[in-house]
Design a protein around this ligand. Sequence first.
Ligand code: DON
Length: 309
Amino acid sequence: MPHETLDTVVSEIAEEMRARPDRGKVASYIPELGRVDPNQFAITVVTQDGHVASGGQCDIPFSIQSVSKVFTLTLALGLAGNRLWNRVGREPSGSPFNSIVQLEHERGIPRNPFINAGAIVVTDHVLAGHQPREAIGEILRFMQFLADDESIYIDHDVAASEEAHGFNNRALANFMKGFGALDNPVEYTLGVYFHHCAIAMTCRQLATAGRFLANNGIRPETGYSVVTPERARRINAIMLTCGHYDGSGEFAYRVGLPGKSGVGGAILAIVPGRASICVWSPGLDTTGNSHLGRIALEMLTTRLGWTVF
Ligand code: DON
């Protein structure tokens, strides 16, 4: 597809999103996120050949929240390999992102690595006996490396806000610890989890960081292999089936791409072999996924015919 066509579609979508009155509701259970202005929208598409198409406020940093779970999963698989799957499943949960209900029947093994319980187990593997500070640094450097941008930082106000209000995550982690599902002290694992959720990135940086997933595990500009092609395919599969929690079926139906959302309002979507896309709009729908982000992606894939199906 000519770059001009992509540029036009992306700017049209940004313009349509700017004007829409329905914007969803910002997450308020993390008070610091409740202060974000919902009247913001950004979209960046980075194609395989390195072309960048952008619209809206692409250079404003936002809290990536659960989008970070794609990258901690990548790191944990690198460290633990397929042993990780003894501790966390690969099935959609059909439940909200912060649900605890399945954990009791399923003996502390979360359904998948993207619901909060599963992501806490994944973080426990990244921590792997190190000091929380070291693991947080490792995750941050990984994001800087993938986005090729050392300015990416952790928003400590967001981390502190979640730390102070993370009652639900504390319940999940303690419950799993009771089953022997976490190796490290609960507060260590949660400390790392809260901080990687609080990484701040722009739309442009996040789309760039996702490129290896669209390119068989290789960072296209350098030829550096981040993961094997098989692993990239599998991470994409989990994004497709579990990346939007109890909204995953609807997202696959409407957008037709692997995607991962965060309560900061970002969605990272992957078009294998073609492009990495980030959309951001802070207002959420009832499943905790970006309202306008999903609509924008549906428009993009419909207009460009980009889908994995
Ligand atoms: O643990 C939490 O609740 C947040 N740090 C992340 C949740 C999240 O982003 C869910 N995604 N839509």
